[in-house]
Design a binder for this molecule. Structure first.
Ligand SMILES: CC(=O)N[C@H]1[C@@H](OP(=O)(O)OP(=O)(O)OC[C@H]2O[C@@H](n3ccc(=O)[nH]c3=O)[C@H](O)[C@@H]2O)O[C@H](CO)[C@@H](O)[C@@H]1O
Ligand SMILES: C=C(OP(=O)(O)O)C(=O)O
Length: 423
């Protein structure tokens, strides 16, 4: 077991380069199964969720090889079956994309219900509704799901809830379905567009990704491709908040500023200065952090995956901020950890009331999930004295080289082995 040890109180400064988007990559790797030849995927983030996706592909018989640290060559033509290895699928949320990809490619799949961060119940009923509309039969026994069809037929699907996973999964299943599929009330996150662009680069015919309606003309065959994954909106946002929270001056580079607009707008309201360049944003803060009310919403609203980081920064704002979680039922579990540092936050259901305090002090903190873990790192960077962050495996699911990137910005952070306690 490892932990991060942080001596806080130093403003971050310098430049940090953002890696490829986790939530695009965990969909594009399974989507390669739809290809009919080897694919080269660039800008793949070096994170543990990608190690798992790669292991699933390899266990299923695909030839997977790293060309460089962030470039993967994947040949799906050697895949042997349609069963997704159970133990690997349970380790991550994005494994649900193997269902849509294998259904789209082979008309059948058997997989485990997925793992991932614990925000309460994370249903996949909208994914299943979409598969069934395309003519598939779905069976669930325990936590194993079987989906199969004689032939997928294009259909009109209206999602009852805006879901990132259901939008991408049903889009993947539909690319080779007979006829036209229309998906309505879909999610519009940047990674939806990236997955659609990837599939189109293979020869799919998908239009409208990034709007409320996606139209897919089924094609008979898909080819092969070379494709670069977009930069990670949430990793970029996390460094932006870390810069503002520590009163620093950081150039976050290799980003698409348009994807960061809601984060930028809220940082400016909170007293930071944000300057946009073509492929970078600079975040500076000199004055006090201002209170700020935020509600998380599907894109283009403020992303739920940035909520813990922003709430953490606002613990030292002047005044009271109200944070409303509009996507997940239970995404404030980390607040108990912040209280250990002296933060004054009261949670009532999906609302947190953050009364700003003067300073945070160091302490021992647990990462309860991925972004909560990133928020604990930000808390440690802001706090006086030393903080220890435990359960960092959650953080390493989604942040490439977080320690070296922060050290390059002047942070005093180390990754250390925990010595097991004697009984
Ligand atoms: C691997 C990945 O990309 N994970 C992201 C993805 O998760 P994920 O794809 O699981 O999230 P969804 O967008 O599907 O979930 C949004 C909301 O819809 C509900 N819902 C979803 C599907 C369904 O079939 N039925 C249903 O009721 C969920 O409970 C939740 O309240 O989008 C979330 C929302 O931006 C992010 O927090 C996650 O980081
Ligand atoms: C919640 C997240 O990931 P997952 O859906 O993979 O658990 C996230 O990326 O913040």
């Amino acid at each position: 077991m490892e932990k991060f040890v942080i001596r806080g109180g130093k403003p971050l400064s310098g430049e940090v380069n953002v890696s490829g988007a986790k939530n695009a990559a965990v969909a594009i790797l399974p989507a390669v199964l739809l290809a009919e030849g080897p694919c080269l995927i660039e800008n793949v983030p070096a994170i543990s969720d990608i190690d798992i996706s790669k292991d699933i592909l390899a266990a299923m018989g695909a030839q997977v090889e790293y060309i460089t640290k962030n470039t993967l060559s994947i040949d799906p033509t050697t895949v042997l079956g349609t069963d997704v290895p159970y133990a690997l699928a349970k380790k991550m949320r994005g494994s649900y994309y193997f269902i849509g990809a294998l259904l789209g490619r082979y008309n059948q799949v058997c997989a485990a219900l997925p793992g991932g961060c614990d925000f309460g119940i994370r249903p996949i009923d909208q994914h299943l509704k979409g598969f069934e509309a395309l003519g598939a039969q779905v069976g669930i026994e325990g936590d194993i799901i079987h989906v199969s069809a004689d032939q997928l037929i294009g259909a009109h699907v209206y999602f009852d809830i805006v879901s990132v996973g259901a939008t991408i999964n049903v889009m993947m299943a539909a690319v080779k379905a007979q006829g036209v599929t229309i998906l309505e009330n879909v999610a519009k996150e940047p990674h939806i567009v990236d997955v659609a662009n990837f599939l189109n680069s293979l020869g799919a015919d998908i239009r409208g990704a990034g709007t409320d309606v996606i139209k897919i003309h089924g094609v008979e065959k898909l080819g092969r491709t070379e494709y670069g994954i977009i930069p990670d909106q949430i990793e970029a946002g996390t460094y932006m908040v870390a810069a503002a929270a520590t009163g620093g001056d950081v150039l976050v580079s290799g980003v698409i500023p348009k994807h960061l607009e809601s984060i930028t707008a809220n940082l400016i309201r909170a007293g930071a200065q944000v300057t946009e360049y073509d492929e970078a944003v600079r975040v500076q803060r000199e004055g006090p952090i201002q209170k700020c009310n935020i509600k998380t919403l599907p894109h283009p609203g403020f992303p739920t995956d940035m909520q813990p980081q922003m709430t953490t920064m606002l613990t030292v704002a002047e005044g009271t901020s109200i944070i409303t979680e509009g996507v997940w039922d239970n995404r404030f579990a980390y607040v108990e950890e912040l209280k250990k540092l002296g933060a004054n936050v009261q949670v009532d259901g999906q609302v947190a009331v953050v009364d700003g305090v003067d300073r945070l002090h160091g302490g021992v903190l647990r990462s309860v999930d991925l972004r909560a873990g990133a928020a604990m790192v930000i808390a440690g960077l802001m706090a006086d004295g030393i903080s220890e962050i435990e359960d960092i495996r959650h953080i390493e699911r989604g942040y490439e080289d977080i320690v070296s990137k922060l050290r390059d910005l002047g942070a005093d952070i180390r990754r250390v082995e925990c010595v097991p306690q004697k009984q």
